[in-house]
Design a protein around this ligand. Structure first.
Ligand SMILES: [Zn+2]
Ligand SMILES: [Zn+2]
Length: 332
């Protein structure tokens, strides 16, 4: 049998919408692997799916798109993985493989892309299936629980950092300092960037300084120096405008949010002189492989707050309230 946390109908997290259920153990289709899940990190996107901010694509649904586990069985067409291999499953669950974007290294923008824990069942479960081409080897440097948060916040933060174009020695602003920003800061520091962190929470400001940020402050206190680039993590539109105010001509602000409220009107002067504003839409498999290798090399530290699978509703509630220290991870 397979114990899972499933969503029957999107509802506010305060109503404890996930239900612990027993399902039949999954079997792989020809191109899939079945994983015994060891750990699955909890992401803000899970919360948005569960509460209905992102429209449901499948119900009932097992959420979770940052799962680490061991391959239990493989489909008949799978040669890449063997039972026992330790792998991770992330948000990008499949693409068409033949469209222009898939063929030019932009598979993250494929119109047919499917997503783990949204289009199909994810990792809030003792076992799950995943397409064999969309799972990643986990470097031995990391334990199961420590590796899980790397698979969403880590990889997407890495892609966002690439999109900023910031170079070694450059000054990078991070707006919002949750699990993803915490990982991105470490990559940016490894690259030799100075990092300026803006966040409402005093605790997070202190954490940012401990992790090597040059400066940390609140949204009302702009960074003391002009930035080359910035990444916004906070799911609030006004933050994007604050970031634009802080960057130099020619600099880029990358918005790392799947769901954002309206960006307030701002004077064109903030964008004038070739400042750029762009979003980051998940990641490619190449990003994931590059990032996992780099994460082991640095090595990246992850701070995790563990919850048993049965307490998924509690973990989500605490994430919503901003009470999670680092990344919440469900352990099976
Ligand atoms: Zn995520
Ligand atoms: Zn495609």
């Amino acid at each position: 049998m397979n114990r899972v946390q499933e969503l029957i109908e999107p509802r506010p997290i305060t109503e404890r919408p996930l239900r612990l259920s027993e399902r039949e153990a999954p079997t792989p289709r020809p191109d899939e692997v079945v994983l015994d899940v060891a750990a699955c990190a909890v992401c803000r996107t899970d919360l948005q799916i569960i509460e209905g901010d992102l429209p449901s694509r499948a119900l009932p649904l097992v959420p979770g798109h940052q799962a680490v586990g061991r391959v239990r069985s493989v489909g008949v067409d799978v040669s890449r993985w063997q039972p026992g291999d330790r792998v991770g499953v992330a948000w990008l669950g499949g693409t068409c493989g033949v469209c222009t974007r898939c063929r030019t290294g932009h598979e993250n923008l494929c119109d047919e892309a499917t997503f783990t824990g949204w289009d199909h069942d994810g990792g809030y479960a003792e076992s799950m299936t995943a397409h064999a081409d969309f799972v990643f080897a986990i470097p031995p440097t990391f334990g199961d629980t420590e590796a899980a948060p790397l698979l969403c916040g880590g990889v997407i933060g890495y892609r966002a950092l690439k999109l900023t174009g910031v170079e070694s020695g450059g000054r990078l602003g991070l707006y919002g300092f949750g699990a993803s920003a915490l990982l991105t800061l470490q990559v940016a520091r490894h690259r030799g960037c100075e990092v300026y962190v803006t966040t409402r929470s005093r605790t997070e400001q202190t954490r940012a300084l401990e992790m090597g940020a040059t400066w940390a402050g609140s949204y009302h206190a702009p960074p003391p120096i002009e930035l080359d680039a910035a990444i916004t993590f906070a799911p609030a539109g006004f933050v994007v405008v604050e970031a634009l105010k802080a960057i130099r001509p020619g600099g880029t602000v990358v918005i790392n949010a799947i769901h954002l409220d309206t960006i307030p009107e701002f004077p064109y002067d903030l964008l004038w002189r070739e400042r750029g504003l762009r979003s980051v839409a998940n990641f490619t498999r190449a990003d994931a492989r590059e990032f996992l290798t780099l994460a082991a090399e640095i090595p990246i530290e992850t701070t995790v707050d563990r919850y048993p699978l049965a307490d998924a509703n509690i973990a989500l509630d605490r994430l919503m309230r901003g009470e999670v220290d680092g990344a919440a991870v469900l352990t099976m």
